[in-house]
Design a protein around this ligand. Structure first.
Ligand code: DX5
Ligand code: ZN
Length: 221
């Protein structure tokens, strides 16, 4: 049985009861929370910045996986690290050269990674795979929770997994977008180690049961 982690995306949680939402999923076994930062420029939606990440850090025991969907990650990296990120990922589409920023993030003591949109080729990521702790494969167009899962992105997860095995790279593979009971087994089989899930957990009637069911489906599906 592979060790697959479920990382609930707080984007779909009730922000007026955030502490409760976090406790509920942590009690269900969650050790990583996905935190979606959007700037209204890289994606057409705005969420929150470092001060909210700092508040989440106080409420949570889990690792905070900060997904920067912002046009200028280089300017804001340090602020998110200071706010309490454990993992920081930024988009290869947002930056000309990812290598130096990954190195800077790692030097600050966080795990660093890149995120890749569904239509972006893996070739763009290849030069930095060796220096990435995490690679986020988007299975929706980023910007909002609850978007429809893009099945065509699944073979790319498998291709990334095969590349990692062939080259002996050390990064974890995270799958982000549209992961639910039905799609979790697909992306787990393709090679996902960390599955982000927003709507399927926080908009369900019983988020704790949803986390357990999706984890079970991913591990045994
Ligand atoms: C999409 C975000 C995702 C999203 C996942 O822009 O990066 O993390 O919140 O949520 P669901 O599972 O609802 O697609
Ligand atoms: Zn995300």
């Amino acid at each position: 049985m592979r060790d697959i982690r479920i990382a609930p995306s707080l984007l779909s949680a009730d922000f007026s009861r955030l502490g409760e939402a976090i406790k509920t999923v942590e009690d269900a076994g969650v050790t990583m929370l996905h935190v979606d930062v959007m700037d209204g420029h890289f994606v057409p939606n705005i969420t929150f910045g470092p001060i909210i990440v700092k508040a989440i850090r106080k409420l949570a025991k889990s690792d905070l996986d900060v997904h920067l969907m912002i046009s200028d990650p280089a300017t804001y990296l340090e602020r998110f690290v200071e706010a309490g990120a454990s993992y920081v990922t930024f988009h290869v589409e947002a930056i000309a050269e990812a290598g130096p920023l990954l190195a800077r993030a790692r030097a600050l003591g966080v795990k660093a990674g890149i995120a890749i949109n569904p239509e972006t080729s893996l070739d763009v990521a290849r030069p930095v795979l060796e220096v990435s702790d995490l690679v986020v494969m988007m299975t929706v167009h980023p910007g909002f929770g609850g978007r429809s899962f893009i099945r065509d992105a699944v073979p790319k997860i498998k291709a990334l997994y095969d590349l990692r095995e062939a080259e002996g790279y050390g990064f974890e593979i995270e799958v982000d977008g549209g992961v639910d009971l039905e799609t979790a087994p697909l992306v787990a089989r393709a090679g996902g180690d960390i599955l982000v899930t927003g709507v399927a957990v926080f908009k369900s009637e019983d988020p704790a049961a949803a986390v357990r069911a999706i984890a079970e489906a991913a591990r045994h599906g």
